[in-house]
Design a protein around this ligand. Structure first.
Ligand SMILES: [Zn+2]
Length: 368
């Protein structure tokens, strides 16, 4: 779309233009106008990732103040008042990550993603890696594997799942299964039999933290007081797997993940996208992927998540899926709270949840 100031066009034409910006989640309009949903009483940036409202329930405002005078309150997901807050590169890359997650089953090219980010392929690669911690290709592969695993779980034939996950041929999917999943599709459905998980425990600001990984990605990241507890939790999650201490020196990948986690916990890296290797139901996978789209420093209620998934009555199921999360931080279930503003539950203790939310809020409110 051609970039115009919201005030330049008038009347019906302008409304059409603004509505198109909302439907396209066009970030170039952020800060230029605000979109209010009269039925929910919330106003958003045009690019808000939440599910779009019905056109007839929507009104446009030129300032947040105007929206608030109309009785609306700011969306907790897109923080319209701080439009333009985070660095534009972070926003662009986050947008690309959201896009890849939503469209992992489509054929996506790296050049197309760079274009979407408005960056040259070279700068895109470098910026993406700097912000996300993995290359765009690694991220794309991880999302495809995620989409594919979600479909395997629904018990359709492996051939259908492969095609729907955007792989160009079945043989490529198997090749991928070998290098990314670490299991053949048939093994995967038997509950990860024959899977080897290496683990290591480290100290962090939230206490002892254990990381479990296959050689394809993280499958476990949890907190506790003692290593024995953590190991018991890991065994309970993966009863059929072979579980062994990570051999030292740690692999380059592992060192990079740890560095990303340290920076994230220190508030120096807002977006944490690490390769995951997870077993889950299709619904859990859907919830977890959605949670990865809740921005750093923001929170949503269980109900908002359910609505965001298009399943407004599934708030309890969402809470259960959060409680089953095995990879803290990377799947940020701490960003989901009760609609009343109470913290709700957290698998690793409410003190840790509160600490994470407080830390993110204070970092996110800093400029730049
Ligand atoms: Zn919003």
């Amino acid at each position: 779309m051609k970039r115009t100031q919201a005030g330049e066009a008038t009347g019906l034409f302008q409304e059409e233009l603004l509505w198109k910006a909302v439907r396209d989640r066009d970030r170039s309009w952020d800060g230029k106008f605000y979109v209010g949903v009269m039925t929910t009483g919330i106003y958003c940036r045009p690019s808000c990732p939440s599910r779009p409202a019905l056109r007839r329930n929507v009104r446009f405002f030129s300032t947040p103040e105007a929206a608030e005078r109309a009785g609306l309150r700011a969306c907790l997901r897109c923080h319209p008042k701080t439009a333009g807050g985070p660095h534009p590169d972070t926003e662009r890359i986050r947008d690309v990550c959201d896009y890849v997650r939503r469209n992992a089953a489509e054929p996506l090219s790296l050049a197309g993603l760079a274009e979407r980010a408005g960056l040259s392929p070279f700068h895109f690669h470098r910026t993406f890696k700097a912000i996300v911690g993995v290359t765009p290709k690694q991220f794309l592969d991880a999302c495809r594997v995620g989409a594919w695993k979600g479909q395997l779980r629904t018990n359709r034939s492996v051939t259908d799942a492969s095609f729907e996950a955007g792989f160009s041929s079945l043989s490529r999917a198997y090749e991928r299964a070998d290098t990314r999943l670490g299991m053949t599709p048939a093994q995967y459905r038997r509950g990860g039999e024959g899977l080897t998980i290496s683990y290591a425990a480290v100290d962090g600001p939230l206490g002892r933290m254990m990381i479990g990984a296959t050689d394809r990605g993280l499958c476990f990241l949890q907190f506790a007081e003692r290593d024995e507890e953590l190991l018991a939790m890991l065994r309970a999650e993966y009863p059929a797997a072979r579980i062994e201490p990570m051999p030292e020196p740690f692999s380059h990948d592992f060192d990079q993940w740890m560095e990303a986690l340290r920076e994230h916990l220190a508030g120096q890296r807002r977006v944490l996208e690490l390769p995951l290797d997870l077993r889950a139901t299709a619904f859990q996978m859907q919830v977890w992927r959605y949670l990865q789209g809740i921005p750093y420093g923001a929170v949503q209620s269980y109900r908002e998540v359910a609505e965001g998934l298009g399943r407004p009555k599934a708030a309890r199921a969402v809470a259960r899926a959060c409680a089953c999360n095995r990879v803290a931080l990377v799947i940020p279930c701490h960003r989901v709270i009760r609609g009343t503003g109470e913290l709700g539950g957290y698998r690793w203790g409410l003190d840790r949840k509160r600490a994470l939310i407080d830390r993110e809020r204070s970092v996110a409110s800093r400029k730049g």
